[in-house]
Design a protein around this ligand. Structure first.
Ligand SMILES: NS(=O)(=O)/N=C1/NCCO1
Ligand SMILES: [Zn+2]
Length: 248
């Protein structure tokens, strides 16, 4: 167990996001298929936290969980959010062979076996698992549209709207392939407590859906409006890490 100073950022050795060099990733035959069981009724609300919009889940029981993959036990879904750009040429946090996507979905999970809360798990070595899914410009995404339709209600920072019965597995690509590596949160407190699972195949969303993300604001009601765009962290050095792949 590391205390906060050991998990601190300055002098970090396992920061995120990174550029995933496909040819440097190492196929690991011991990686299992990722198992995802989300209960749509654990969805609570959407809110604008001033950096992204976030969908929060009831994590008081093992109802929406992931297991398998590189994981030794199950992890509970706490929230999901996105990162995106002002234009389609950039927006994702991770890259694949320096290819950047217009947006990236993060599903944040915590380890209820080694921690008693999400807040505690943030400080635990490998207390968190974040699944990253790339978004690319393409066909309309019907599952995402339910989320997009709620965004006008959370236009300003610190606004919230009830959002019940949503199954985030509809945002998962059907392809099971992923990369995995040890990293950090990409937003404060940037702690090095994350096992990243990055899906190889992007999901497709259409231009209107991306533009709805870009109509959100970083700013609170009454303040001078600043559009919520480019809410991604710059690439961090790989240092002494190997990215493993679940596929040949
Ligand atoms: N972008 S990220 O690494 O998921 N950041 C966070 N911060 C709190 C939970 O997830
Ligand atoms: Zn994120």
């Amino acid at each position: 167990k590391k205390n906060n100073s050991e998990l601190s950022v300055s002098g970090g050795t396992r920061q995120s996001p990174i550029n995933i060099q496909w040819r440097d990733s190492v196929y690991d035959p011991h990686l299992k298929p990722l198992k995802i069981h989300y209960d749509p009724t654990t969805c609570l609300y959407i809110w604008n936290n001033g950096y992204s919009f976030q969908v929060e889940f009831d994590d008081s029981a093992d109802k929406s969980v992931i297991m398998g993959g590189p994981l030794e036990n199950h992890y509970r879904l706490k929230q999901f959010h996105f990162h995106w750009g002002a234009i389609n040429e950039w927006g994702s946090e991770h890259m694949v062979d320096s290819k950047v996507y217009p947006a990236e979905l993060h599903l944040v999970h915590w380890n209820p076996v080694t921690s008693t809360s999400f807040e505690e798990a943030i400080m635990e070595n490998n207390g968190l698992v974040v699944i990253g899914v790339f978004l690319k410009l393409g066909a309309h995404h019907a599952g995402l549209q339910k989320l997009v339709d709620a965004l006008p209600a959370v236009k300003h920072k610190d606004t919230i709207v009830e959002f019940d019965v949503f199954d985030p597995s509809c945002l998962m690509p059907s392809c099971p392939d992923y990369w995995t590596y040890d990293g950090s949160l990409t937003t404060p407190p940037l702690t090095e407590s994350v096992t990243w699972i990055i899906k190889k195949t992007p999901i497709e969303v259409d231009q209107n859906q991306l533009e709805e993300f870009r109509m959100l604001l970083f700013t609170s009601a009454g303040e001078e409006e600043k559009r919520m765009v480019d809410n991604f962290r710059p690439l961090q050095p790989l240092m002494n890490r190997t990215v493993r792949s679940s596929f040949r």
